[in-house]
Design a protein around this ligand. Structure first.
Ligand code: ADQ
Length: 472
């Protein structure tokens, strides 16, 4: 059923700039979330509300823009121009890193985080106020289309649902949390006011969705612990997925074939691939250490195996992220200095946002390393097997959401155990072809069947079940 949806996410599907001739240009937004949501506009009547990021975005903020998605589907876009200082506090102090680090259990607690006056101010004058501007934009959109359902996304917008609910008790609100939900005690890192407001804000939705039972259960525990309420009936597990046909087509595109030729020109016999944003949650440094341990134990594989790490530089305005990128570069350098010989560099580290090359690497891996510390889902683990041409093996962290679905066909690793990861690389590289093919095909079949439409349908069906019938 085609329905009216107001999609709300911090980052929109496009961002505007100016071409050399002064005309407005549109750049497709990146990241797991935006890619996933683009398919929504294909099947539903969508008004998308997002933050104005560039100067050109700000120039058109407040207008309702008629946009078309890559496949020609029309949708409406409304950009919200927030106060610049408030946005910086909201994005660079509260959402990333604080909420991201809490939800991925990344803080080194004896030293960090600092919940000081600056944080309190960033919370009340940044996070609260940007959520209020989003809520006002949603309220205005609901004024125009009162029968639309509102579909909030992620950790930037935890407070907006309560603000909308106060003005519109009958609105249909659904929120999807794309990242893990940690245990209740870890939320106690945040001051009481903030952690209560986050849980209370989410509880203002009719439905709150998570990728896995594990994250959903943690949410139910933490709502019980921190608010004394029962969230069970409002929550749903809906694992996000990818558009399988799109990847198969993409794999044959000119850009991907060009990138693939580059990889083929100097690939070693066996290739271990990882594709990530340079985010501490992705556990890139430990991945290099695991590969080092593997090389240490297998001198016979020197020159025959290499790791290709394609890393999209992420959130470099945030010191923790800039430091992490430094650590990644130092670690790759150290491992290379230890083992490299003329004509062979064990780790090929490429820091760039290069989607075509990522898909080319997906085709070429013998081992795909996904060793996230914690990850809501991890789409790379679903995308890469779809197009792989070498019967490659997926080494998968038990703490990635994707593990709940794909674990039985992957090699499971504990993300902290670098010896265990080195052993998994060894097992993957020596597995017989029949076993490798059977595992890869099982993953493919699962992803094809559990596609992106199923994700949307699960969430919207839950909304229909839970939302007050009086509304319709
Ligand atoms: P992300 O943390 O961004 O997403 P992930 O799910 O793996 O992580 O998605 C990353 C996307 O970016 C993939 O589509 C991938 O192809 C692309 N990408 C990654 N590295 C790249 C590179 N070096 N160059 C080009 N493209 C690259 C968040 C959550 C996840 C959740 C998604 C969707 O953290 O857990 O799966 O949202 O809900």
């Amino acid at each position: 059923m085609r329905r009216k949806l107001i999609v709300v996410s911090n980052r929109g599907p496009v961002s505007y700039g100016r071409g050399p001739d002064g005309s407005r240009t549109a750049k497709r937004g990146g990241g797991g979330l935006v890619t996933a949501l683009r398919s929504l506009v294909q099947y539903h009547e969508v008004t998308w509300i997002a933050s104005a990021i560039t100067e050109e975005d700000r120039a058109v903020a407040g207008q309702t823009l008629d946009e078309t998605a890559g496949d020609g589907s029309p949708y409406k876009l409304q950009l919200v121009a927030h106060d610049r200082q408030a946005y910086d506090w909201y994005y660079n102090v509260v959402a990333n890193p604080m909420l991201w680090f809490v939800q991925h259990s990344l803080w080194e607690l004896p030293y960090a985080p600092k919940v000081d006056a600056a944080f309190h101010r960033a919370w009340s004058e940044g996070y609260v106020s940007v959520n209020a501007s989003f809520a006002a934009a949603v309220d205005a959109a609901l004024e125009r289309t009162p029968d639309a359902a509102v579909f909030f996304h992620d950790y930037h917008l935890y407070l907006a649902p309560r603000m909308v609910r106060e003005r519109r008790p009958d609105a249909a609100l659904v929120h999807f949390v794309h990242i893990p939900w940690p245990q209740p005690d870890y939320w106690r890192i945040l001051p009481k006011g903030a952690r209560s407001a986050i849980h209370d804000g989410l509880m203002a939705n009719d439905v709150v969705g998570f990728h896995t039972e594990r994250w959903r259960r943690n949410f139910i525990y933490s709502v019980r612990e921190l608010l004394g309420e029962d969230a069970t009936a409002r929550t749903v597990t809906a694992p996000i997925s990818v558009d399988a046909a799109e990847f198969v087509e993409l794999a044959q595109s000119d850009a991907v074939l060009r990138a693939e030729r580059e990889i083929l020109a100097d690939r070693p016999e066996k290739l271990v691939v990882r594709v990530d944003r340079t985010d501490p949650s992705k556990n890139i440094v430990r991945g290099f250490r695991a590969f080092e341990l593997y090389l240490e134990a297998h001198p016979e594989m020197h020159r025959l195996v290499g790791m290709l790490a394609l890393l999209d530089p992420s959130r470099q305005d945030i010191p923790e992220y800039a430091e992490y990128l430094g650590a990644i570069q130092r670690e790759a350098r150290r491992v290379n200095d230890r083992f490299q010989q003329s004509g062979w560099r064990p780790i090929d580290l490429e820091i760039a946002d290069d989607f075509a090359k990522s898909v080319a690497a997906y085709k070429q891996f013998d081992v795909l390393l996904v060793n996230a510390i914690f990850d809501g889902m991890n789409l790379v683990a679903k995308e890469a097997p779809l197009v792989n041409e070498r019967d490659g093996v997926v080494v998968l962290s038990e703490n990635a959401g994707a593990h709940a679905e794909l674990g039985e066909w992957a090699l499971t690793v504990n993300p902290f155990d670098v010896k265990g990861q080195a052993d998994a690389i060894e097992v993957a590289l020596s597995m017989d072809a029949g076993d490798r093919r059977a595992r890869l095909e099982a993953i493919r079949a699962h992803v094809r069947e559990h596609d992106l439409n199923r994700w949307t349908d699960t969430l919207l069906a839950a909304l229909d079940r839970v939302a007050a019938p009086a509304r319709r």
